[in-house]
Ligand binder design. Structure first.
Ligand code: ADP
Ligand code: MG
Length: 256
């Protein structure tokens, strides 16, 4: 290929926003020659490579902005440790059909059973599939909404939690809320209802949400919207955090 042509291709690629092609053109041409590729296959390779790089970059950026505490995946989740949790149910969720339907997922159970791990894994999968994702703990969200309200920026802050296709709200129920705070949660849940998915984790059963939210009527109104389209996974097995420390728990079997 003449230098003139290569230079022109590089210029055109940049103008078209194909930032990877200028660096990879020689290698792609060499590969096409080695494999005696047809014109269509070569075009397919070239566009596929460019898109792959772009998606990878988008994925990394989106993950960085998502606020996820870690990027653990379903592959890293040991289902044998939670025999009551059906792997099939979790894998069905990982198809992200619930995101398409604007439905919710609730992961319930005591500390250490992998609620945040699974919520993050679903969020990473959604991010990879091109959905926007945002992760927050309930307490952090409420704290930020309160600060925003005090400074006249409530709606703008609320929009941060309304915009993403998937909002993960972690740790509902660890700290009780007062009524004004619960009202903010209601506004969030009712405005996301049937518009975007939420993945909620909680150590409390739904029956206990009235106490957490300091108001049974408000709790019912929130749960009504949250649970209308919702897959609920209750994980009631042992804590993974304590799996090697059973000996220190009263009544726990000492490890061999
Ligand atoms: P929870 O949110 O329910 O309190 P986490 O998801 O934070 O629990 O899990 C605690 C730790 O144990 C995390 O590091 C998580 O990755 C790990 N973990 C929990 N369950 C499993 C599991 N079944 N397989 C592998 N790692 C797990
Ligand atoms: Mg957690």
């Amino acid at each position: 290929m003449s230098t003139l042509t290569t230079t022109r291709i590089r210029e055109h690629a940049l103008k078209l926003g194909m930032t990877h092609l200028p660096d990879s053109i020689s290698e792609l041409v060499a590969r096409a020659e080695a494999d005696q590729m047809g014109y269509l296959d070569f075009l397919d390779l070239l566009l596929g490579e460019e898109l792959g790089i772009r998606e990878g970059r988008r994925f990394r950026n989106a993950l960085r902005l998502s606020g996820l505490p870690h990027h653990k995946t379903l592959q890293e989740f040991d289902f044998t440790f939670q025999p009551d949790l059906e792997p099939r149910k979790v894998r069905d969720l990982a198809t992200l059909e619930f995101v398409e339907r604007h439905a919710n997922v609730a992961l319930l159970g005591p500390p250490g059973v992998g609620k945040t791990h699974l919520a993050s894994a679903l969020a990473v999968a959604a991010c990879q599939a091109g959905y926007s994702v945002y992760f927050t703990s309930l307490d952090d969200m409420v704290r930020k909404l309160k600060i925003a309200e005090a400074t006249g920026r409530f709606n703008r802050q609320l929009a941060t939690y309304l915009r993403p296709a998937v909002l993960v709200v972690d740790e509902v129920g660890y700290l009780p809320l007062d009524r004004a705070e619960a009202n903010m949660v209601f506004q969030l849940v009712s405005r996301r209802y049937e518009r975007g998915s939420m993945i909620i984790t909680s150590n409390k059963s739904f029956a206990e949400w009235g106490q957490v939210l300091d108001d049974d009527v408000l709790a019912t109104a929130i749960l009504d919207r949250l649970l209308h389209h919702c897959d609920v996974l209750a994980i009631n097995g042992p804590s993974y955090r304590l799996k090697d420390r059973v000996a220190i728990i009263p009544g726990g079997d000492p490890m061999p």
